[in-house]
Design a protein around this ligand. Structure first.
Ligand code: FES
Ligand SMILES: [Fe+2]
Length: 449
C-alpha cells in the first residue's frame, strides 16, 4: 500500500491518543474510501432478501451503489449500478424482481447477471462493432457466507476467509438459529435507513466494545425495556462467579467481539420471554437443542461485534446487522437489517419483530441515544479549538488479560480483555492506521511484550 502522508501520525495506540482530524477532515475521508473501504470485503445484504431467481435490491459498497441480484441461474451477483454507456443508474427501485434492467437514459439493457444484452441501433448505429461482452455492468467479487452476502470490487483483497481470520467463528455463530443451525436467520422485510451528522467511525468504535457508555442509556434502563423486564440491560445474568465478560479483538483484521463465556457447560435456560409462553417455549427448546449440537461451544454467549471496517452485529436476542455507510467526513447513513429465526413459528417471529422495532433502529428506544452521542461528538471533532486536544482512548491501556485465546475451538490470534476497557477501540484504530499508512500495527507488539 502506498503512503502519501495522509493518515500518518494521527493514531497513537501506544499512548491511547487519536487526532480528532480523523473524524472531520475531508481529505482523510477521501483517502480512507480508497485505502480502507475499497480494500475490504463489505456486507451488502442477506440471501433471504433475494429468495427467488430475478429478485434484487439496492445496496451500498462504500460510496458506490450496487444492485444485488439472484440471476436466472440462481447465482448471487453484486453489480455496480452505473450504466456502462454514460453513467446513469440502471436500476431505480429499492427492490423487486426483474429479468433485466433497461437503462432509462438511452435504453441499453442488461440481464440480471450484469451482461449487456440489448443496445438500441446496434447494427445501424455501431456497424455491428460494439462488443457487448466488453460493456456489461461491472461485477464485484461476491461471497455468500452462511446467508450473509459480502462483496468487493478489488481483485487484490485477500480471500474472504483470510480477511475474516478467527472472526469467522463469531460471525458464523451469529448467523445461526437459536438452536444452533447454520444459516438460521432471515430478514424482516425491508432495511431501516436513516442519516446522522457524524463520522462513520464513531458508530463502529462504539459497537466494537464500548461497554463504558451505559450511562447514556439510563432512560431506557429505567423504563425496563429489556426482555427480562429487569431494570438495566446487562444485569440479568451478570454473576461473575459463573461467567466472564470479554472483549475479544482480532488485531490482524481489526475485528472485535463482545461476548460472555460461562465456566460451565449445560447452562440452564434463562427465561427472557416469560410474558409470552409460546415464545418462551420456542427459546427454551432451542437452548437445549443448541447445547446438544454445539457441546462446549454452547458456553459462549455472543453479544455482538464488528467486522472491520463498517459492519456491526448485535446478537443475544437483539438480532440485527448495521452498516455505517460513509457519505462525507461528517455524514453517515445507518442501514439496519433486523432478523428473526427462520425455523420459528410465526408467533415467535412477530414477537421478536415487535421487540426489535421497539429496541433498535430510528424508531426504537435505544439507538437515538447513540445517534445523539455520535452526532454531538462530531461537533467536538470539528471545532478548531477542540481539535487541539486528542481524543482519549486510555481506559485500561496496555492491560491485556491474554494474548492467545484459551479455547482452541475459537481459534488463536485473538487479544482478550476482561471487563470494561477501550481495548477494542485501540485495536480498531491500529488496523485503520495500518491500512491508511502501510505502517505496521503497534498493539500486537505491545501486547506481546
Ligand atoms: S446512460 Fe445508460 S443507456 Fe445511455
Ligand atoms: Fe449504545
Amino acid at each position: 500500500m502506498t503512503t502519501d502522508g495522509i493518515g500518518a501520525g494521527l493514531i497513537n495506540t501506544g499512548s491511547g491518543l487519536v487526532d480528532r482530524a480523523i473524524f472531520s477532515d475531508q481529505s482523510i475521508f477521501d483517502r480512507e474510501m480508497e485505502a480502507v473501504f475499497d480494500k475490504s470485503w463489505l456486507f451488502v445484504g442477506h440471501e433471504s432478501q433475494i429468495r427467488n431467481n430475478g429478485d434484487y435490491f439496492l445496496s451500498q459498497l462504500g460510496r458506490d451503489q450496487v444492485v444485488v441480484t439472484r440471476d436466472n441461474s440462481g447465482k448471487v451477483n453484486v453489480l455496480l449500478n452505473v450504466c456502462t454507456h454514460r453513467g446513469m443508474p440502471v436500476c431505480r427501485y429499492d427492490r423487486g424482481n426483474a429479468k433485466m434492467f433497461t437503462c432509462p437514459y438511452h435504453g441499453w439493457t442488461f440481464a440480471n447477471n450484469g451482461d449487456l444484452t440489448g443496445v438500441p441501433l446496434r447494427t445501424e448505429g455501431y456497424g455491428g462493432n460494439l462488443d457487448r461482452a466488453k460493456w456489461g455492468l461491472i461485477k464485484a467479487r461476491v461471497v455468500c457466507y452462511y446467508g450473509s452476502i459480502w462483496a468487493t470490487f478489488d481483485e487484490a483483497v485477500p480471500e474472504f476467509e483470510d480477511f475474516l481470520g478467527d472472526m469467522a467463528f463469531w460471525l458464523r455463530e451469529f448467523l445461526m438459529s437459536p438452536d444452533g443451525e447454520d444459516d438460521g436467520i432471515e430478514v424482516v422485510d425491508g432495511i431501516l435507513k436513516c442519516e446522522i451528522p457524524s463520522n462513520w467511525k464513531f458508530g463502529v468504535e462504539n459497537a466494537a466494545g464500548d461497554l463504558y457508555h451505559d450511562v447514556s442509556h439510563k432512560s431506557v434502563q429505567r423504563v425496563g425495556l429489556s426482555l427480562s423486564k429487569l431494570r438495566g440491560r446487562h444485569t440479568w445474568d451478570a454473576d461473575p462467579a459463573t461467567f466472564k465478560l470479554l472483549n475479544i479483538t482480532f488485531p490482524a483484521g481489526g475485528h472485535a467481539v463482545r461476548g460472555n463465556l460461562y465456566d460451565f457447560a449445560n447452562r440452564e435456560y434463562q427465561s427472557q420471554w416469560a410474558a409470552i409462553p409460546e415464545v418462551d417455549e420456542y427459546f427454551r427448546e432451542a437452548h437445549y437443542t443448541r447445547q446438544k449440537r454445539l457441546v462446549e461451544k454452547e458456553r459462549l454467549l455472543n453479544r455482538g461485534g464488528v467486522v472491520f471496517p463498517n459492519f456491526i452485529y448485535n446478537a443475544a436476542n437483539r438480532t440485527s446487522i448495521t452498516t455505517l455507510i460513509p457519505r462525507a467526513a461528517g455524514r453517515t447513513e445507518i442501514w439496519k437489517w433486523v432478523f428473526v429465526p427462520k425455523n420459528a413459528p410465526q408467533a415467535v417471529k412477530d414477537a421478536m419483530r415487535h421487540y426489535l422495532l421497539r429496541y433498535t433502529g430510528p424508531a426504537g428506544m435505544v439507538e437515538q441515544d447513540d445517534f445523539e452521542n455520535w452526532g454531538s461528538a462530531q461537533l467536538g471533532a470539528e471545532s478548531i479549538l477542540a481539535r487541539r486536544l486528542p481524543m482519549n482512548y486510555q481506559l485500561r491501556l496496555g492491560d491485556y488479560a491474554k494474548w492467545a485465546w484459551p479455547e482452541p475451538w475459537i481459534g488463536a490470534g485473538a487479544l482478550v480483555d476482561e471487563g470494561v476497557s477501550e481495548h477494542a477501540q485501540r485495536v480498531f484504530y491500529d488496523r485503520w492506521s495500518e491500512m491508511m499508512t502501510g505502517e505496521p500495527q503497534t498493539v500486537r507488539q505491545e501486547a506481546a511484550e
